[in-house]
Design a binder for this molecule. Structure first.
Ligand SMILES: Cc1cc2nc3c(=O)[nH]c(=O)nc-3n(C[C@H](O)[C@H](O)[C@H](O)COP(=O)(O)OP(=O)(O)OC[C@H]3O[C@@H](n4cnc5c(N)ncnc54)[C@H](O)[C@@H]3O)c2cc1C
Length: 366
């Protein structure tokens, strides 16, 4: 065996694992079928601006250990996520807070806002929500639902809200303060110079081969190392023997514009049903850019079929049970560790991924 670990996937999970295993004296090889490192947090420069190719990524965490860890590999700026919702030209603050309620109903104090929501919820007379629409209305009332939840959610899932299960929206974060910060976490920011530089720092001193697909020649790859850390799709690893796990996908349309400021904010959500995209990202605002041009990306939710980029796992009952069957098979593969969002079929934020990878490598290389 030439390597202690073959790490399949140069995304965040694979990079953290490789970095820490190398420090413990392990010989690692990282492969990725893409032509770049970073997985889905990959950023690339366009017109002097760091562009998030696979969707906007904001690092946020309350986990001190994870925050200290990523700060060893990047300097983070003070970016605070404050998305704006655009409903047919009316602009609302997100998440729902006193600015939103003021714009919606003209109320000024938290007591007035609470009373409005209480009245709206009472008027709806929904006791046992049978679908997502009823669930959302029973939480925030009909007008917020109609303007800020319905269209966006229907576009995201490609289905009418009345056909979606209530559990998708367990709660809708409502804040009775004038605070537009989307996240409640202690720490948040964007790595200065982009995520790719952060991953490159993690992979320093590790052999990396790009454009190589583990599944194209798994026997040869398995023979190269004592152990494999696999961060690709778990159902693909097992040749879809129980069937395909479902995902939601996304399509991105990115363009460079000849203006220095297109929309005045990094993230604007389009919450009406008619606009085909869910949001527009203006990347320079993640780094307070002062470049002459700007780069914007329109994000379109898309159905997923085999071969498309899998973005969001569909953690409904059917797929959870299916994943469980694959997980049982995975446990029998003693030389292979399944990690990351695709290996564990789980929506993981970046801080969860770092924590999981640190835990995994600590157990492997004590
Ligand atoms: C649209 C979107 C926005 C997000 N925004 C945020 C955010 O704002 N904040 C946040 O904390 N998190 C966010 N996330 C989550 C974040 O993207 C993930 O936590 C993180 O990317 C997961 O890293 P990973 O290493 O598990 O997976 P990936 O980044 O997917 O890495 C897996 C790698 O494995 C490679 N691979 C797969 N199969 C093979 C194979 N057979 N052979 C070789 N290589 C293979 C892939 O090419 C890929 O590079 C977002 C996710 C999405 C979808």
């Amino acid at each position: 065996m030439k390597y202690d670990y073959l790490i399949v996937g140069a995304g965040l999970f694979g990079a953290v694992f490789a970095c820490e295993a190398r420090k413990k004296g392990k010989k690692c090889l990282v492969i990725d079928r893409r032509e770049h490192i970073g997985g889905n947090i990959y950023t690339e420069e366009q017109a002097g601006i760091q562009v998030h190719r696979y969707g906007a990524h904001i690092f946020h965490t309350s986990n001190e250990k994870v925050w200290n860890y990523v700060n060893q590999h990047a300097r983070f700026n003070r970016y605070t996520n404050s998305p704006v919702a655009n409903y047919k030209g009316e602009l609302y603050s997100m998440p729902f807070n006193m600015y939103t309620f003021n714009r919606m109903w003209g109320v000024v104090t938290p007591a007035e806002a609470r009373e409005r929501i209480r009245q709206r919820v009472e008027e709806s007379r929904i006791e046992e929500p049978r679908n997502l629409e009823e669930q959302a209305i029973s939480l925030v009332g009909r007008d917020i639902y109609e303007k800020l939840v319905k269209g966006y959610t229907e576009k995201q899932w490609g289905k009418a809200a009345t056909e979606l299960p209530a559990f998708i929206i367990r709660r809708l974060p409502v804040r009775f303060t004038y605070d537009n910060n989307y996240f409640n976490d202690l720490y948040q920011g964007i790595p200065i110079g982009g995520y790719t530089a952060m991953i490159a720092s993690m992979l320093e001193g590790v052999e990396v081969r790009l454009g190589e697909d583990f599944l194209a020649d798994r026997a040869a790859y398995l023979a190269m190392a004592d152990k494999v850390v696999y961060t690709g799709m778990i159902d693909a690893y097992f040749d879809y023997c129980f069937g395909e796990l479902a995902y939601r996908s996304l399509r991105f349309e990115t363009e460079v514009l000849d203006t220095d400021n297109f929309q005045g904010n990094a993230v604007i959500n389009y919450t009406d049903r008619e606009t085909p995209y869910t949001r527009i990202i203006e990347h320079k605002h993640f780094e307070f850019g002062i470049q002459e041009k700007t780069v914007v990306t329109r994000e379109y939710p898309a159905a997923w079929k085999k071969g498309d980029e899998p973005y969001y796992p569909v953690n409904d009952e059917k797929n959870t049970l299916l994943y469980e069957r694959y997980r049982e098979l995975a446990e029998k593969e003693k030389r292979v560790i399944f990690g990351g969002r695709l290996g564990q079929y789980k929506y993981y934020d970046m801080d969860d991924v770092v924590e999981a990878a640190l835990g995994c490598v600590a157990a492997e290389c004590p």
